[in-house]
Design a protein around this ligand. Structure first.
Ligand code: ADP
Length: 734
């Protein structure tokens, strides 16, 4: 009974394991051979059992079959570990495979003939096979193939690194101990010492092999079937548990409730209700075992969805590179439970190569450069050091030297070959587990997301750096501009001072020139003949114009220095205009112009700066004379309404082009047609006129049409210019 249980358990375990490995990757030669090996082990175990408890066939035949299947088992072991862990049989291995197959093909048929076991000899210990010299051939095949398998495994173990090394160590241990025990127990003891008592224990030894593989699957991800194995175990446990409980319950309940009355209806009731309980509780029990098996297989597992969610939250919440990657590092470290997590970020226009992430883990420039160079020929995005092919041994060694378990390249998928944004470098897992396929797939997704986030951060940095340099440039330019402006202002002040000084200096001699000319004209120096009078009148008018020009210049500099002050006093505008018009009559007549002024019979006295308003009137009238061709008409008017006074000078002269009118009243501005008509103008008159009128609360009147004529003037509200009572000139009003 015990023997049979051992046989059954080991067979089920072997077949299950073989199938799982095969299903995981049916195309890989290692996985296929492994299934073959598992089946062969089961077949050998079965025949081995039968040879002790013979059924159907004679015991001698069954013992011969043990050797027959044993021969094939030797070949299976050899082939499986020759291939392990490759997906395709390396072509150079065929040199070893051919002789192995040939030897097996010779030995196997031989084991069925009397050349190996002649007959059975019966003694006190039961039946003993009597060997013939042929057994030596079988022994040779066994020792050579199994020895070669162990040697190959050992060689692979020596040259391998990382996970593979751990896997190979366990396999070597399992295979070595299993076959050493089997050879001693089932072959040497039987053939040399004639002891068959322990033969049934043979399958028990295969459990060592199966156990070692199972451990390698759990701990070192052998064949990467941990997930499936976990589910399988949970199922087996649930079903075993349920069937035990069910059978127990059926027996217990039937005995308890029915005693000896085992009628069909009663037992059916019990079976049906139990079946119901079973059906309803199966899921819950399965979940329990699921959890239990998960705890064994995945004690450090993480939930990929939660992991991605957490990471995404960090990636959207941050934009500055350093905090972004620092937080991403925390999330990755917590979920993957790795020794360290470091980002290497490529050089940018404003920053050198940077490593951001776990404290203490830094890579020097040389390492980074050679890592980049060697990565450039690899097509994968995520590279696990353990799984790097032998052809990239330099990269593999570099990564091992630096304790790197995984490198995820931060490159957008379309840009292979181009320089990406950098790399995510991960250390080994803290518990020593290797990275699984799931980890690698997840890292691929993560690296895609990280690329985008890092690119955004780098752009943000670039814009920030750019705007700060831009700000610097603007600041420097502004400072330069300010300095230049200060110089210009200083120059302008010097110029103003000069003009002001020159005007003052000119005014005194000019006043005396004007005074003396006026005296001569009034006959103080004797009679004048008409020619002399005419010439002197012209020189008087010119000196008068010069007086106004100088006044304009003085006012201009006063405006700048803030000394431009309105000094209003009670003034009769009608009289002021009359005296100005009188002065101009001569020059108007000289240019053959009709100058009219209808003086209002009565006009209110207003508070006005007489000197300045006189200049304004003079300016408007003077312009009209100069910008009106000979034969033209100039009409000067002073009007009073109920609440305002209005002064206008109207001419039918050259006018001002419409597109230039908005420049008028600006300092030094002169229209083009005016520059032709009067080359010596200054462009100061209108500017000053506007200042004077506005300063006294009045408004400028202006209207013009090119070629037709212009109207210039001003208007004041009477209320604003009202003379206060204490200043009313009572005598003149009376
Ligand atoms: P100036 O007469 O010395 O040029 P003003 O400041 O007195 O300077 O006048 C500015 C400009 O306004 C003139 O150059 C001229 O183009 C225009 N302007 C002024 N009055 C008249 C007018 N009555 N007819 C035509 N253009 C005028």
């Amino acid at each position: 009974m015990l023997e049979l249980s051992i046989l059954l358990i080991s067979s089920v375990a072997n077949i299950l394991l073989g199938l799982l490995v095969y299903i995981k990757n049916p195309r890989a030669i290692t996985n296929r051979l492994f299934l073959m090996l598992a089946i062969t082990i089961v077949a050998w175990s079965g025949v081995n059992f039968a040879s002790v408890h013979p059924v159907f066939l004679s015991q001698l035949t069954l013992i011969r079959l043990v050797l027959f299947t044993g021969g094939f088992l030797n070949l299976s072991v050899f082939l499986t570990f020759l291939a392990f862990p490759a997906a395709k049989m390396p072509s150079k291995s065929w040199r070893k495979i051919k002789p192995a197959i040939l030897a097996t093909l010779i030995v196997m048929p031989l084991t069925l003939t009397p050349l190996v076991f002649k007959e059975l000899k019966y003694s006190g210990n039961g039946a003993q096979p009597v060997p013939n010299p042929g057994i030596a051939l079988f022994l040779a095949q066994t020792v050579i193939l199994l020895g070669a398998s162990l040697y190959i495994l050992y060689k692979k173990y020596r040259t391998s690194t990382g996970v593979l090394r751990n896997q190979l160590r366990l396999i070597l241990l399992g295979v070595g101990s299993t076959f050493a025990l089997i050879i001693v127990n089932n072959l040497l003891l039987v053939v040399i010492f004639n002891v068959t008592f322990f033969v049934p224990a043979g399958p028990l030894f295969t459990l060592l092999f199966t156990g070692a593989l199972a451990y390698a699957i759990i701990k070192h991800h052998l064949f990467d079937i941990r997930r499936v194995a976990a589910r399988g175990l949970a199922y087996i446990l649930s079903i075993t548990f349920m069937s035990t409980v069910y059978v127990g319950a059926v027996f217990g309940l039937s005995t308890l409730l029915l005693g000896n009355d085992q009628s069909r209806t009663h037992s059916e009731v019990i079976y049906t209700s139990l079946a119901l309980v079973l059906a309803l509780s199966f899921q819950a029990i399965k979940r329990f075992f699921d959890k239990l098996s998960n705890r064994v297989f995945y004690k450090d597992a993480y939930n990929p969805e939660n992991f991605l969610d957490e990471l995404n939250r960090v990636l959207v919440a941050r934009v500055e590179l350093e905090p972004l990657l620092q937080e991403a590092t925390n999330v990755i470290m917590q979920n993957l439970k790795v020794d360290y997590c470091t980002f290497i970020i490529r050089k940018t226009a404003y920053f050198p190569v940077r490593t951001i992430g776990s404290k203490g883990k830094r890579f020097n420039e040389e390492t980074i450069a050679s890592l980049r160079e060697q990565l450039s020929v690899i097509r994968e995005k995520v590279i696990a050091t353990d799984y790097i092919d032998a052809e990239h041994i330099r990269l593999k060694n570099l990564l091992y030297r630096n304790n790197v378990a995984v490198v995820a390249r931060l490159i957008p998928s379309i840009e292979y070959g181009l320089e990406g944004t950098g790399e995510l470098v991960l250390g080994p897992k803290k518990n020593g587990d290797p990275y699984t396929d799931q980890d690698i797939q997840l890292l691929e997704i993560i690296s895609n997301e990280l690329v985008i986030a890092v690119q955004n951060s780098l752009r943000f940095e670039e814009i920030e750096a750019f705007s700060s340099t831009l700000q610097d440039k603007v600041d420097t330019a502004t400072r330069q501009l300010k300095r230049t402006n200060e110089k210009l202002q200083a120059l302008d002040e010097t110029k103003d001072e000069f003009i002001s000084m020159a005007s003052h200096q000119l005014r005194t001699p000019l006043t005396s020139v004007k005074g003396y000319v006026s005296m001569v004209l009034e006959g103080d120096a004797g009679e004048l003949n008409p020619t002399q009078r005419k010439l002197l009148e012209q020189s008087f008018a010119s000196s008068q114009r010069m007086v106004y020009l100088i006044a304009d210049l003085l006012n201009l500099s006063r405006l700048r220095t803030g000394k431009f002050i309105i000094e209003a006093k009670p003034t009769n505008l009608a009289d002021v205009i009359e005296s100005e018009v009188d002065q101009l009559t001569a020059s108007a007549a000289g240019r053959n112009l009709t100058l009219t002024y209808e003086k209002p019979a009565k006009f209110p006295t207003l508070m006005i700066d007489e000197t300045k308003i006189r200049q304004v009137i003079m300016n408007f009238a003077d312009n009209a004379i100069y910008y009106t061709p000979t034969g033209g008409k100039i009409d000067i008017r002073l009007k009073e309404t109920s609440d305002s006074v209005e002064f206008t000078v109207n001419d039918n002269g050259i006018g001002i082009p419409a597109d230039e009118q908005h420049h008028l009243f600006n300092k030094f501005y002169r229209a083009k047609n005016a520059q032709k008509a009067r080359p010596d103008g200054t462009g100061l008159g209108l500017f000053m006129a506007k200042k004077v009128i506005i300063a006294q609360g009045g408004a400028i009147i202006f209207k013009s049409k090119e070629g037709k004529g212009s109207t210039f003037g001003f208007a004041f509200s009477k209320q604003k210019l009202r003379v206060p009572d204490h200043l009313q000139p009572k005598a003149t009003n009376a």
